[in-house]
Design a binder for this molecule. Structure first.
Ligand code: TNX
Length: 524
C-alpha cells in the first residue's frame, strides 16, 4: 500500500503551546503570519511551525483502505464551503490531505496526530475514530466560513503549519436529548449528531419515554406509539420513530463515531405507557394522556404481573435494535414506589438486560440498589447515591445539573428555560471538574450534558439551549483538566460562535461573559 507522506524532517518548532490559545494571534509573532488556531475542544498539545499549507483546486484527500470512509466524510465536509473539488484517492502525497490509519501507532483509538507543513497535511491514527477526530481538528484550522454549505468568495484557504497530538480525557462524551416531552424528527436529531461529532462527542443518549410521550415503536405493544406517541407537552401532535427509522438514526450516528444510548425510563415517568394500555393499570382503565410540563412521574403498577411481561417485551425489542452494549434504564424519581419494590425491579431489570448482553446505566437513584458491576450511574443531583454506585464498583457519567442541564436558562436575559439548578452560562458549563470529591478519575466513565424539553418546543430553541454550552461540555470531557482555563476558552468559544453561525446554528450569545465574534468578522 503506497502511502506517500510529506517529509517532516525540517520540523521547526517556533512556538509551543500547551492546549491552544490565541496568545500570538494577529500575526505579530516573528515568522508566524497566520493567527493561532482557536480550537474547540483544546487539544492535548499544539506546536506551531513557520509557513502554511494552502488548500487549492488540486488538493485531494488520500484515504486508502480502512481510511476511506473517514476520507469520504472529510471531502464531503470540505467541498461545499471551499467550493473545491477535493477528490478522494488511494494514493498521493505532496499537496494532499493524507489520512494514515496505522494500527501499530502508539495512540489510543480516539487519539490522533495532525501534521501540517507547506507541502502537505497528514492525519495519523491507530483507528478510524482517531482519524475522524483529526479531520475535525483540521476543519477548524480553516476559516469558519468554510463550514457553510455554500462557497464563500475570496476565502483565505491557508492552514498554519503545526503539529497537534491529541486524545480524549474521558471515553464517554455526550448529550442527552429528551424527545419525550417534545418530539424531534430524525432530521432534527441527525443535524445535532453532525454537530456532536464535530465537537469530538461520541454519545447521544435519547430519552425515549416519559409521562408526556412514548417515542419508539414497540411492535408487540403498538398502542405505546399509536396512543402514547400521539401528543406531547402543550398538546401538539407528538410523533415517534419506527424501529426502521431508529435503526437508520443509529447507523447515521455510528458512521460519525457516535453511539446512540436508548433510554426507556421505568419504573417512574411511565404515564404515557399507562395511558396507552388499560391493562397496565390496577383499575384496568387507561390513564388520560398527560400534556403539561410538570413532572408527575406516574409509577408502573408493579403488583400487576402483566407489568413485568410488558417491561420484558419492551426491552427485548429495544435490545435487539441496539448494537452497543449500553442501555439506559432511567430509574429516576420513582415516587410512590417503596425502596424495596424499587430495588427488586431495578435488579431484576439488570438481569433481564444481562441476558440480552447489555450493561445498564441509570440515573443516580440506582446507586442505592445492590447491583452487579459493571454498570453506570448517571450523576445528576444526588451525590450520595452516585458515590454509593461507585462504592459497589459502578462508574459514573457526570451530568451534574448545575453545570450540564441545558434546559436551565443561560443567563438573566433568557426568555424561557428552567432555573431550579441555577442559571448556566458558558463559564458555568465550562468551569468544573467531572470527578466529584470522593471518586477518582477512573470512577468516571464520561461526561454528558442533558437537554430536557418540557419548554423546548422548536428547533430554534433546541439550537439555542444546546449551543454554545455543549461546546464547553465537549472541552470538559475531552481536554486535560490542567490545560483548561476559562479566560482562554472564552476567547476560543467566541471565535467558535462564528463556526456555529456558518452552519446555521442559532446559538445563544450569552451576555457579559464572552465577546462573540460575528461570522463576517471571522477572517476570510
Ligand atoms: C429532573 S433529571 C428530571 C427530569 C426533568 C428535569 C427538568 C432527571 C433524572 N429527572 O424528569 O425533565 O428534572 O429539569
Amino acid at each position: 500500500m503506497p502511502l506517500l507522506q510529506p517529509a517532516f524532517s525540517r520540523f521547526l518548532v517556533a512556538s509551543l503551546l500547551v492546549a491552544c490559545n490565541g496568545d500570538d494571534k494577529g500575526g505579530d509573532s516573528g515568522d508566524l503570519t497566520l493567527p493561532a488556531p482557536l480550537l474547540v475542544p483544546a487539544p492535548v498539545s499544539l506546536e506551531r511551525d513557520e509557513g502554511s499549507f494552502v488548500l487549492d483546486e488540486g488538493t485531494r484527500v488520500v484515504a486508502p483502505g480502512e481510511a476511506a470512509e473517514v476520507g469520504a466524510l472529510l471531502a464531503l465536509a470540505l467541498r461545499p464551503g471551499t467550493g473545491l473539488p477535493i477528490e478522494v484517492v488511494d494514493e498521493g502525497g505532496a499537496g494532499d490531505l493524507v489520512l494514515d490509519l496505522d494500527p501499530s501507532l502508539d495512540l489510543p483509538a480516539e487519539g490522533y496526530r495532525l501534521e501540517v507543513e507547506a507541502d502537505g497535511v497528514v492525519v495519523s491514527a491507530s483507528a478510524a475514530a482517531g482519524l475522524f477526530y483529526g479531520t475535525q481538528t483540521l476543519r477548524q484550522l480553516l476559516p469558519p466560513a468554510t463550514l457553510s454549505d455554500e462557497p464563500v468568495e475570496d476565502l483565505d484557504l491557508r492552514i498554519p503549519a503545526l503539529r497537534v497530538e491529541d486524545e480524549p480525557r474521558f471515553a464517554e462524551r455526550g448529550l442527552m436529548i429528551d424527545v419525550a416531552r417534545h418530539f424531534f424528527s430524525v432530521e432534527d436529531v441527525e443535524r445535532q449528531i453532525d454537530l456532536l461529532a464535530q465537537h469530538k462527542l461520541n454519545r447521544l443518549h435519547l430519552h425515549l419515554t416519559d409521562d408526556q410521550g412514548w417515542r419508539l415503536e414497540i411492535k408487540s405493544w403498538p398502542d405505546l406509539t399509536a396512543i402514547g406517541g400521539s401528543t406531547e407537552v402543550g398538546g401538539g401532535e407528538g410523533g415517534y420513530y419506527t424501529q426502521e427509522e431508529y435503526q437508520a438514526l443509529v447507523a447515521y450516528a455510528a458512521a460519525r463515531f457516535v453511539t446512540v444510548v436508548p433510554e426507556i425510563d421505568f419504573p417512574g415517568h411511565a404515564h404515557a405507557a399507562l395511558a396507552s394500555y388499560g391493562a397496565l393499570n390496577e383499575s384496568g382503565e387507561p390513564e388520560d394522556l398527560y400534556t403539561y410540563p410538570g413532572v408527575i412521574s406516574t409509577p408502573l403498577w408493579l403488583e400487576g404481573e402483566i407489568t413485568w411481561t410488558f417491561v420484558e417485551d419492551v426491552w427485548r425489542e429495544v435490545a435487539s435494535i441496539t448494537p452497543g452494549e449500553e442501555v439506559h434504564i432511567g430509574g429516576d424519581e420513582a415516587i410512590d414506589i417503596s425502596a424495596e419494590e424499587y430495588a427488586e425491579f431495578i435488579s431484576w431489570l439488570q438481569e433481564v438486560l444481562a441476558e440480552h448482553g447489555k450493561t445498564i446505566t441509570g440515573w443516580d437513584e440506582i446507586g442505592d440498589v445492590d447491583l452487579v458491576a459493571p454498570f453506570r450511574a448517571q450523576h445528576w443531583w444526588h451525590e450520595d447515591q452516585a458515590l454509593a454506585a461507585v462504592a459497589q464498583g459502578g462508574r459514573l457519567i457526570a451530568s451534574p445539573a448545575e453545570h450540564t442541564y441545558l434546559d436551565m436558562e443561560p443567563d438573566d436575559y433568557a426568555t424561557y428555560g428552567q432555573t431550579w439548578a441555577g442559571r448556566i452560562n458558558v463559564e458555568k458549563a465550562y468551569d468544573w471538574d467531572p470527578v466529584p470529591s470522593g471518586a477518582t478519575e477512573e470512577d468516571v466513565a464520561g461526561v454528558e450534558a442533558a437537554l430536557w424539553t418540557e419548554y423546548i418546543n422548536s428547533v430554534t430553541k433546541l439550537d439555542q439551549m444546546i449551543w454554545p454550552r455543549l461546546a464547553a461540555t465537549a472541552e470538559v470531557a475531552w481536554s486535560p483538566q490542567a490545560a483548561r482555563e476559562w479566560e482562554d476558552f472564552a476567547e476560543r468559544v467566541a471565535w467558535h460562535g462564528a463556526r456555529l453561525e456558518a452552519q446555521g446554528v442559532r446559538y445563544y450569545r450569552t451576555h457579559n461573559e464572552v465577546e462573540w465574534v460575528e461570522l463576517e468578522e471571522a477572517g476570510e
